[in-house]
Design a protein around this ligand. Structure first.
Ligand code: HEM
Length: 407
């Protein structure tokens, strides 16, 4: 089997990882990457097979890209918090169902729909803050704060706490890569414990005094369960939602703008025919896949894509590669908002862990993109240097994007 030069954090692959995945799909669809102790699953059918068989492919450590556990001093700091606080993404049934059921009950389509006017108002307000400047880092000024504020309103935390929560979200995520120095990991662990404490405190407050917010709705939904999760376990839910709900949409907004600015015809077409926005969003998610892949662990020996995997093997299920599989999508690397099978992409996963926030993510993008294009005429990159992609193993998105427009 040919060796695949898989290195998502290298500058070349941060900028454009897709040729490597095309090579893997052709020559070594399930390949072993020794540097990360990972089997990378690159074809659509194999990715789907993994996502649909959660008994064989456990989500334990679904977020952990590092082959190693954090060092002992980092684990000691984490032990001072709530190590038992589960993360829905990396839990298996039956715990997964016990967490997911109350979320599904509380996070209803009505609650999402009710957010639409707030999403629009927040987006307008953010634009008002910098539109007269004629130039801005759109990631910093718009793509981060919009989903963060939307999540804050949904969950029910004060707007003043959001910058602090944003920093804690990034520290929490960075722990799963375990790639920084021990000092950085220690700081991230301390931040993570403070993050957990924040949500345990807020949950306790809501248990005493319910409000009209998602956290109170979650508490009410848990109270109806036969085998309810504990308050600490439930406090993990707003934490998960806050992280999952903003780091991803941020990336989708930045990637959407870059994709459209690179293709002036596509941009003009979308401005001319706003009804194309739904198809455009699916194509952006398919092509850029903000969550490029997540992790699974085999619970038994199993064959996948012609490869024999031992029990305990760690896998990266590569949504980003599956979404460009030529066996599944015609002209997979081309943006074609009218394709009829675009929504078959797996950018939101599939199976029992399918993204709970997909309708909200689509709504935020459907409001934000047309608004940006409408209010920022003659939108263009402010400089022509290389794009700055965030160094996160399993994600794809820009850390900054300076754009200019006719103010
Ligand atoms: C473009 C934006 C988004 C993308 C690309 C995305 C992607 C994903 C993916 C791929 C998964 C499945 C993970 C797996 O199988 O291991 C997932 C799960 C999840 N997402 Fe999203 N997501 C987005 C937005 C959101 C939003 C806005 C929220 C919250 C409101 C959210 C909350 C969640 C949660 C809680 C899960 C875990 C579900 C479970 O484990 O049962 N996501 N997301």
């Amino acid at each position: 089997m040919p060796e695949i030069a898989f290195d998502p954090l290298s500058p070349e692959q941060r900028a454009d990882p897709f040729p490597v995945y095309a090579e893997a799909r052709r020559d070594a669809p399930v390949f072993y990457a020794p540097a990360f102790d990972l089997w990378v699953v690159t074809r659509y059918d194999d990715v789907l097979a993994v996502l649909k068989d959660h008994e064989t492919f456990s989500s334990r450590n679904a977020l952990r890209s590092a082959p190693r556990e954090p060092p002992p001093e980092v684990r000691d700091v984490l032990a001072e918090g709530w190590p038992e606080m589960p993360i829905i993404l990396d839990s298996d049934p039956p715990l997964h169902e016990r967490i997911r059921r109350p979320i599904t009950k509380a996070f209803t389509p009505r609650r999402v729909a009710e957010l639409a006017p707030r999403i629009e108002a927040i987006a307008q307000e953010l634009l008002d803050g910098f539109i007269a400047d004629g130039e801005a880092d759109i990631v910093e000024r718009f793509a981060w704060p919009l989903p963060l504020r939307v999540m804050g309103e949904l969950i029910g935390v004060p707007a003043d706490d959001l910058p602090w929560l944003h920093d804690r979200s990034r520290e929490w995520l960075s722990l799963y890569g375990a790639s920084g120095s021990v000092e950085e990991q220690l700081a991230a662990a301390e931040g993570t414990v403070a993050f957990q404490r924040y949500f345990v405190n807020v949950m306790e407050e809501r248990a005493r005094e319910p409000r009209d917010d998602l956290m109170s709705a979650l508490l009410a939904a848990v109270a109806e369960e036969d085998d309810p999760i504990s308050l600490v376990e439930l406090a993990g839910v707003p934490l998960d939602l806050l992280v999952a709900g903003h780091v991803t949409v941020t990336r989708a907004i930045g990637s959407a703008l870059v994709l459209l600015l690179r293709d002036p015809e596509a941009l003009a077409e979308l401005q001319r025919e706003p009804e194309l926005v739904a198809g455009a969003i699916e194509e952006i998610l398919r092509l850029e896949s903000p969550a490029q892949g997540l992790f699974r662990e085999t619970t038994r020996d199993v064959e996948l894509g012609g490869v024999r995997l031992p029990r305990g093997a760690r896998l990266m299920v590569h949504f980003g590669s599956a979404n460009r599989d030529e066996r599944q999508f015609a002209e997979p690397d081309r943006y074609r908002p009218r394709r009829t099978d675009g929504a078959k992409h797996v950018a939101f996963g599939k199976g029992i862990h399918f993204c709970i926030g997909a309708p909200l993510a689509r709504l935020e993008l459907a409001i934000a993109l047309p608004l940006l294009l409408e209010r920022l005429p003659n939108l263009r990159r402010a400089d022509e240097g290389p794009l700055a992609y965030d160094p996160i193993f399993f994600a794809r998105g820009l850390s900054s994007l300076r754009l200019a427009w006719d103010a």
